[in-house]
Design a protein around this ligand. Structure first.
Ligand code: UDP
Ligand code: MG
Length: 314
């Protein structure tokens, strides 16, 4: 198997038949052998029935459906897990991405010996105010955080070498940052490819404004977990040590001053140094406890999200 095409979808019934035909048309002429994996992320429309029909008629089509809506990241994750191709492509189901780009991107991936290629919707057919402007800002932040020179981190159409998708751990809402996850796993030969983009033909966007704050929090988490995820004590312990050190200096000063210099002066609880010492010592201890807890959690590896599969067509 050359290529697996992984397609997460949530309530996209109107698009599916058209999409499947379009993919077949685009891939057959390329000469690659391919499979299409549809992951129904808990749709409550007719999507799953349509996928079952498509899978019955095409033996290179697999369908998986979730028991409820777990989100695009989990859908991609199970799609990646099930994919058998040497190369893996992802595609949105809403007919906004053009499947013709997939063979072109794979050729480029092979020729330039890359780990992944991300699409770039340079001419994007989406709302200016709700999609284009926020996305410009989002991509700027992602570039600054990661050092990866991409214009469109969250483009639905991407192509990977299979090793990349088999090694990344796609949890929470991290599909927005797959290039960063890949780089964190050591796959840093990443380029982009300008893709054709269409406006949404049916239905409406599944991501509302909550994606801004979630995206921002997720990228700070990524930065933190990449830097300290395997050694959290180095972060918490360092801050804790600095605080306890400061607290100790102030305590020694206060004690020495009270015992030997200013013996008859005011109570130490009326002095600002006392409160500095108190606050830094308590906070320092808290940081240490947080560090130990983080190390314990790491040790027992509780940091994975879960999905549960309801149906499969294979
Ligand atoms: N999607 C999904 N689960 C979700 C939300 C979206 O599988 O919880 C799918 C959706 O059906 C589509 C793709 O992810 O195939 C991209 O979503 P959408 O087109 O709504 O995003 P936009 O293009 O507006 O950024
Ligand atoms: Mg879309």
């Amino acid at each position: 198997m050359d290529v697996s095409i992984v397609i997460p979808l949530y309530n996209e019934s109107e698009s599916l038949i058209e999409l499947n035909e379009w993919i077949n048309k685009s891939l057959i002429s390329s000469g690659f052998s391919y499979e299409i994996i549809y992951i129904d992320d808990g749709s409550d429309d007719q999507s799953w029935n349509i996928i079952e029909d498509i899978a019955k008629e095409n033996n290179n089509v697999k369908g998986i459906s979730f028991s409820r809506n777990f989100g695009k990241s989990q859908a991609l994750r199970v799609g990646f897990y099930e994919s058998k191709g040497d190369y893996v492509a992802t595609l949105d189901a809403d007919l906004q991405d053009s499947p013709e780009e997939i063979p072109i991107m794979i050729d480029k991936l092979i020729k330039n010996n890359l780990d992944m290629i991300s699409g770039w919707k340079k001419k994007r057919h989406d709302s200016y105010f709700f999609k284009k402007i926020p996305s410009l800002f989002f991509n700027m932040v992602a570039r600054a955080f990661s050092g990866i020179k991409l214009h469109d981190f969250n483009c639905g159409i991407k192509v990977y070498k299979k090793e990349v998708i088999k090694s990344i751990n796609l949890y929470a809402d991290m599909h927005r940052f797959i290039p960063i996850l890949a780089k964190n796993e050591g796959f840093d030969k990443i380029e982009e490819h300008i893709v054709k983009h269409q406006s949404r033909k049916y239905g409406k966007s599944k991501f509302g404004n909550e994606r801004f704050i979630r995206g921002f929090l997720d990228i700070t988490t990524l930065w933190f977990t990449n830097k300290f995820g395997r050694r959290p004590m180095h972060f918490f312990g360092l801050i804790g040590t600095i605080m306890i050190f400061v607290g100790t200096i102030f305590s020694i000063y206060l004690g020495y001053n009270k015992l030997f210099i200013d013996t008859n002066s005011r109570l130490i609880t009326t002095r600002p140094e006392f409160y500095i010492a108190l606050a830094t010592m308590i906070l320092g201890a808290q940081f240490f406890i947080a560090g130990f807890l983080a190390e314990l959690i790491l040790k027992f590896n509780l940091n994975k999200d879960k999905y549960s599969i309801k149906n499969k067509t294979f």
